[in-house]
Design a protein around this ligand. Structure first.
Ligand code: HEC
Length: 95
């Protein structure tokens, strides 16, 4: 968890969203998930689900909003505040 947070802070450089992904996503979406899924430890895989500047076109955004079939994290939706932080991060270019 701490290692994941440090990694994400360096990779994303966004202090609002890195802890959200570290806390709620990395335990499943990590390098051990090697079946073509997305990993928060490998940004190349994330490019498939994030369209920089366009949260509404981003599969990641739909997943955390529980808009479609894929609802993330499973079982417990993120808070409105966390979801809006992710939206803002994508709007600002997802860097
Ligand atoms: C309990 C494990 C678990 C957690 C926690 C979890 N996920 Fe997932 N996620 C999965 C699995 C398994 C799949 C693939 C299965 C499916 O398609 O439903 C998936 C699929 C996805 C997809 C679709 C990937 C694609 O290739 O289209 C996205 C986006 C996603 N997750 C984002 C997230 C985000 C963001 C978080 C944290 C807020 C998160 N997930 C937390 C297990 C998890």
């Amino acid at each position: 968890m701490i290692a994941a947070l440090v990694f994400l802070l360096l990779a994303i450089g966004n202090q609002q969203v890195a802890p959200i992904f570290a806390k709620h996503c990395v335990r499943c979406h990590n390098h051990e998930l090697d079946d073509g899924g997305i990993s928060f430890e490998n940004f190349d895989t994330l490019r498939r689900v994030v369209v920089p500047g366009k949260p509404d076109d981003s599969a990641l955004m739909r997943a955390v909003r529980w808009d479609g079939d894929i609802r993330m994290p499973p079982g417990k939706k993120l808070s409105a505040r966390e979801i809006s932080a992710i939206r803002k991060w994508i709007l600002q270019g997802a860097r």
